[in-house]
Design a binder for this molecule. Structure first.
Ligand code: KIV
Length: 260
């Protein structure tokens, strides 16, 4: 199993679609690693695992624990660490935090949300040797509502320019979240690095989903999620059987007992 590198991802532009998923734990990382090109330790962990209202409550210390767990259980995928809210307020804070994150988690790259507004930070990090993945369109760290982006001409132009600025600054790929199909297509055609879509159309160079949404462990059901299985139901069924066995004194079974 050959390790996916930044260069291999860049070379996939316009070729075989790039498969990405989020992971927050060692167990999920272990399962999905061989099927993914990129695993993102997303700050969505705040909402998905901790039940927070937004991703803004995640701290860098908390994210580092998830980053370590995911990276230590993956052999093949490129593991990208999502820099949490306020961890890249200016270029010096961003560099200090990015260096700490990569050292403590051994992740391969970081992701930042935003375009032109943070381009000086992105350029500084890249100049210092930190591989950066960009993120445009819906930006959960600075948006208060979940809505489709790029529906108005002015917003469409802004997002397009953000993507161009990121590509020119040297990011190795760009996540495009929840934008109109035509805009995702236009960005993908215009930028030199792979685009990774989430609710952004088949025209992107790759796709990403939150693993918990894909397996039916979360109850987040936006239109762009395809739920491939219903793990919640499997868990519920197992717990019901366990409860029945405990109450009827059928568990532990003979084979579960330690004997001298
Ligand atoms: O935090 C996250 O999971 C993300 C993806 C949705 C791209 O940023």
């Amino acid at each position: 199993m050959q390790k996916v590198t930044i260069n291999k991802i860049i070379k996939r532009k316009g070729k075989q679609p790039i498969v990405c998923l989020t992971a927050y734990s060692s167990s999920i990382s272990k399962i999905i690693d061989k099927y993914c090109d990129i695993i993102l330790v997303g700050d969505s962990v705040g909402m998905v695992l901790y039940g927070m209202k937004t991703t803004k409550e995640m701290t860098i210390e908390n994210m580092i624990l998830h980053g370590r767990a995911v990276k230590s259980s993956s052999k093949k995928s490129l593991v990208v660490f999502d820099m949490p809210y306020k961890s890249y307020l200016n270029k010096y804070v961003a560099y200090k935090n990015a260096k700490k994150v990569l050292k403590m988690t051994k992740c391969d790259a970081i992701k930042l949300e935003g375009g032109k507004k943070i381009i000086h930070i992105v350029k500084y990090l890249i100049k210092k040797g930190i591989p950066v993945m960009g993120h445009v369109g819906l930006l959960p760290q600075s948006s208060n509502s979940f809505r489709l982006k790029g529906t108005k001409k002015i917003e469409e132009k802004e997002i397009f320019n953000d993507a161009i600025a990121l590509s020119n600054s040297g990011v190795f790929s760009i996540v495009i979240e929840c934008v109109v199909e035509s805009l995702a297509k236009k960005i993908t055609k215009a930028v030199s690095v792979p685009t990774i879509g989430i609710g952004a159309s088949k025209y992107c160079d790759g796709q990403i989903l939150v693993s918990d949404d894909l397996i039916g462990l979360s109850n987040f059901r936006p239109k762009f999620v395809k739920q491939y299985s219903n793990i919640s139901k499997v868990i519920e069924k197992s717990v019901k059987r366990y409860r029945r066995d405990v109450r009827k004194k059928r568990f532990p079974f003979a084979k579960n007992l330690y004997k001298f």
